[in-house]
Write a protein that binds this ligand. Sequence first.
Ligand code: NAP
Length: 331
Amino acid sequence: MKVLVIGGTGNISRGIVAALQHRNHEVVLFNRGQHKDPPPSDVRIIHGDRQQRDDFEAKVGAEEWDAVIDMISFNADDAASALRACQGRVGHFVHCSTVMTYGPPFSGINLPETAPLQGESGYGRGKVAADNLLLEAHAQDGFPVTIFKPSYTHGPGMNLLRQVGGDGGWIDRLRKGKPILSAGDGLNYFQFLSSRDAGFAFTDILGRANYCFGEIYNIVHPQARTWDEWHRAAADALGVDIEIVHVSQETLIAMSPERFSGLRGNFGHTQIFSHEKLAAALPEFSPQVPVTESVAENIAWMDKHDLVPDSDADDLEDQVIEAVRNLPRIG
Ligand SMILES: NC(=O)c1ccc[n+]([C@@H]2O[C@H](COP(=O)([O-])OP(=O)(O)OC[C@H]3O[C@@H](n4cnc5c(N)ncnc54)[C@H](OP(=O)(O)O)[C@@H]3O)[C@@H](O)[C@H]2O)c1
């Protein structure tokens, strides 16, 4: 198949490109050519900025595509532009949405695709608007869209996240044997899918026209992990021991709203989404990459791009740990 990936050099889309090439598809990318990691040398690139609507639509609309995977559509305007560019010229259009359409706040755990769309973030609302516009085009004109909703997907192209923050300093702390913070009891659940595995789901859904058009699929790791299990996976990948210090979310936010405000949103919540619909649609899809391997790859990418800062230069985490340990307590 001739497949266009809009994006293609980012975190998830890099995994998609690798999977498409593994399956011997002809891959074309549309991006601005600004990403710090170059694409594979044997991939054709159409350079452009999708926000320059006329140019984007002319370039994408100039060719016929067996499939288009849109990785950087965040609102109804982006989706409408992709629709103008692709309608009548694409056999299958996969739109990348997000589980942040469901929350926070989330209406439960193991949420299926039919869960209420109550995500309050601008990001989540923008994705809902994009999804709805494309689903409407499917209902009215048969636009061949499939919507994928990933949860946290890790791999080269993005820092390895932990619950209390997105900077890479925690990797340096682990390497130096320093304790790391974990919010609450460390038992909030998340699903951690590698971008390499995600790439195969995006690739292998292509062409399943008879049942996946007009459908939404969560794309998540079938197994939930606690954040503490995730922290331990990072320590295992680094080959170091780990000391975890649990401090409640409220305490962390009170001590540094700036540093820990992410706990007020996405990262303060257990997030588990059902994998069942995708498992029925793609029974052969099952994540293959061992977590220590995908985490090690992610850390190697951070090292390569100097994204693991010296934790000695930032003592907030030590201060929080010391303050909590030294609180006057009963007993
Ligand atoms: N990672 C997660 O945990 C997660 C979870 C849920 C959903 N998602 C969704 O996954 C998608 C992100 O995919 P990704 O990880 O591959 O992206 P990414 O890491 O953010 O990379 C963005 C890609 O798009 C290109 N790009 C950015 N702005 C552009 C523009 N204006 N015009 C043309 N190209 C542009 C970039 O290349 P240039 O800079 O060279 O243009 C790059 O190839 C988003 O839709 C996000 O909502 C991610």
